[in-house]
Design a binder for this molecule. Structure first.
Ligand SMILES: [Zn+2]
Ligand SMILES: [Zn+2]
Length: 287
């Protein structure tokens, strides 16, 4: 059975998120550890872990993935932003361990025009510190980006480099279909040369040897064209990713055991819903 999940609100506590995911037909889920608009978090000791465990058992929702704040930038030149980012990520790693989660998905941030070469050592040191100080059950998952405004990890080779340098079982990565498409990675079956892109995702992940460290797939359609460098998610089948290409990628044997997490706007703009779960499931049955 495939793992189909969605990013759901954890308002009221992570056990509520489990209920929300089950209500739209999911068997796994992704959450924020608190408000996505604020750095503030309630003390980790106040989390009611028994409630989460009971909800997960009752609804058979597993795994639970945590998504870090979008405010984070580990390549920033602003010390306050760095301090907040480090603190937020260290909280999320503790949260992941405490809820028995499957990792914290992180956007590393943006080099803001300085280039990857300039910031890579700094970013690496910061991630290494976080992972060293994290509970051993926690994991740090680097997400690929669409390429907007100097975002890090747009090129999958950067993720390969980070994983090699960190060389820890506590570090892996997450592949987002919208981001990959917008960054110029074609999702379909390799067939000649991709137009102004970076190649076929399947080929590039093979070439970089990245399947083994892949822990999670974000399944989103894209409102913007191939290689546009823009990050706007669309509902499944309502965006510009050719449906056959998405079907091909989602049915690759290399990802058949990984959680597939929807982060789509929803038909009513209310977040992932039962209709998107149905569309995703139809793609899986097709393949
Ligand atoms: Zn994503
Ligand atoms: Zn995105």
């Amino acid at each position: 059975m495939r793992l189909i999940g969605a990013h759901v609100s954890a308002a009221g506590g992570p056990h509520k998120a489990v209920e929300r995911a089950a209500a739209i037909g999911c068997n796994c889920a992704q959450v924020f550890s608190g408000s996505p608009r604020s750095w503030r978090r309630k003390p980790i000791e106040e989390l009611d872990i028994d409630k989460v465990a009971r909800a997960r058992e009752q609804h058979t929702v597993s795994p639970l993935v945590t998504h870090a704040l979008y405010l984070i930038n580990l390549a920033s030149e602003n010390q306050d932003l760095i301090d907040n980012s480090m603190q937020a990520l260290s909280y999320d790693l503790a949260f992941d361990a405490k809820i028995g989660g499957a990792g914290v998905v992180v956007h590393l941030g943006s080099h803001q025009g300085r280039g990857w070469d300039t910031v890579q050592e700094l970013v690496l040191r910061r991630v290494a510190t976080l992972v060293e100080q994290a509970p051993p059950e926690a994991s740090f998952l680097i997400e690929n980006s669409a390429g907007q405004q100097g975002k890090l990890s747009t090129d999958l080779a950067e993720i390969r480099w980070m994983l090699d340098q960190l060389a820890s079982p506590q570090v892996g990565w997450c592949f987002d279909t919208c981001h990959a498409f917008a960054a110029g990675y074609a999702l379909g079956k390799p067939n000649g040369k991709t137009e102004n892109g970076r190649g076929y995702a399947v080929d590039e992940i093979d070439r970089l040897g990245l399947w083994e460290e892949l822990r999670c797939v974000h399944v989103n359609d894209s409102r913007d064209p191939f290689a546009s460098g823009r990050d706007r998610h669309a509902n499944i089948n309502d965006g510009l990713i050719p449906p056959d290409d998405l079907v091909y990628f989602l049915n690759l044997q290399q990802i058949e055991k990984l959680p597939l997490i929807l982060e789509v706007p929803g038909i009513d703009n209310d977040g992932p819903d039962a209709e998107n779960v149905r569309r995703l499931r139809a793609h899986l049955e097709e393949g």
